[in-house]
Write a protein that binds this ligand. Structure first.
Ligand code: SF4
Length: 374
């Protein structure tokens, strides 16, 4: 049985140019029909996860939903599932959708962790990313959330933005720290296939920072955030002690979870399943009380090993060698050369990337998988 629930709300004010998440322009009637479908899916899936340790509402921009829709979703969750009293209940929000009324509503619904998509404190960079908000709106949103009583605030930042410099990145990191969040995610901006950002890069309109600069930015984040007391617990995530994201840690530990919403992925009983992306298919299936999954595949032994290595290395503590024994993997032998080359090290019976290895994480993963003949 899973104990972790993800809910996808695929609506945004408008599409950011780098975005390859499933999201559509907000429409009030569609949002209401989607909410009804979501509630039906929540009812149908309760048998797979009757007791919950976490609920994570992501998007899209979940806080864009009107009060009545948010209340409807939470009322179904509370009626159909048993939520642990210490459960982590996260909602993603974006500056521009956070008002004091909305923050009060989230708290009254039981949301106790908010992840705010700030991305940058430079208005020039926000414009380049086609974000809908300014940096001062981001500051205001964080202040509203903290004043309303959110005690676990996470801020998302991005590096590798066209035009970004070491100076502006440093400034974004410091301004984030000065808002006193408990958690900061620092993601590298990667132009994904099919996005407008990729088109702008390919046509020479935007120039991405080079590899060396990206490495300097990632290393700077590590130094500045650790200096400010944040633990680097996952490649892109930093938390004050006691504030690691429990929901996401379950993904990296390859734990089971259920997911509802268009395009949402579940992992249950060794199978990964995906819901329909199309809103009309998603809503139509649920109108007929059919779970709207379009793909479901059992992981092969090789898939399990690949996930074990990739997700294990994402975590700073590294790959648990005890679990490797369960998969019949001789990781210590396979990693011998990587250890000698100082890309990996064994600490507390886990194989982890060194600081040198972090900078070339993908290459280290490929080398280890090749040595394991996967
Ligand atoms: S706010 Fe997030 S989900 Fe929405 S378009 Fe921008 S990046 Fe995508």
């Amino acid at each position: 049985m899973a104990e972790f629930l993800y809910i996808h709300i695929p609506f945004c004010i408008r599409k950011c140019n780098y975005c390859d998440f499933l999201s559509f322009p907000y429409d009030h009637d569609l949002a209401q029909r989607y909410t009804n479908a979501l509630c039906r899916e929540l009812e149908l899936k309760k048998v797979f996860a009757p007791h919950l340790k976490t609920v994570f509402i992501g998007g899209g921009t979940p806080a864009i939903l009107p009060e009545t829709c948010l209340e409807q979703v939470f009322s179904v969750i509370r009626k159909q599932y048993i939520i642990s009293p210490e459960a982590e209940v996260t909602m993603e929000t974006n500056p521009g959708t956070v008002t004091r009324e909305k923050a009060d509503l989230l708290l009254s619904l039981g949301v106790n962790r908010v992840s705010l998509g700030v991305q940058s404190f430079s208005d020039t960079e926000l414009k380049i990313l086609e974000r809908v908000h300014t940096s001062s709106e981001a500051v205001r949103s964080a202040e509203i959330l903290l004043m309303a009583g959110i005690k676990n605030l996470s801020l998302d930042l991005m590096y590798g933005i066209p035009g970004q410099t070491i100076g502006t990145w440093k400034d974004s990191l410091h301004r984030a720290i000065n808002l006193f969040p408990q958690h900061i995610s620092a993601y590298e901006l990667t132009p994904e296939k099919g996005t407008r950002l990729t088109k702008l890069r390919d046509t020479g309109v935007l120039v991405m920072p080079d590899e060396e600069e990206i490495l300097r930015m990632s290393s700077l984040a590590l130094d500045i955030l650790q200096e400010a007391g944040f633990e680097h617990y996952e490649i892109s995530n930093y938390a004050l002690p006691g504030y690691r994201c429990i929901h996401n840690m379950n993904y990296w530990d390859r734990g089971e979870y259920i997911a509802v919403g268009a395009g949402a992925h579940s992992f249950l009983d060794g199978c990964r399943a995906r819901n329909a992306n199309s809103l009309s298919d998603y809503i139509g299936k649920l109108d007929n009380l059919i779970i709207p999954e379009i793909d479901s595949a059992r992981l092969s032994p090789a898939d399990r090993v690949r996930e074990f290595i990739m997700l294990g290395f994402r975590q700073r503590e590294g790959i648990p060698l005890n679990d490797a024994d369960d998969l019949n993997l001789d990781i210590t032998t396979a990693a011998q050369q990587l250890i000698e080359d100082e890309f990996t090290e064994i600490i507390n019976n886990r194989l982890r990337l060194t600081r040198k290895g972090l900078a070339v994480a993908n290459t280290v993963i490929i080398r280890l998988l090749q040595n394991l003949e996967v």
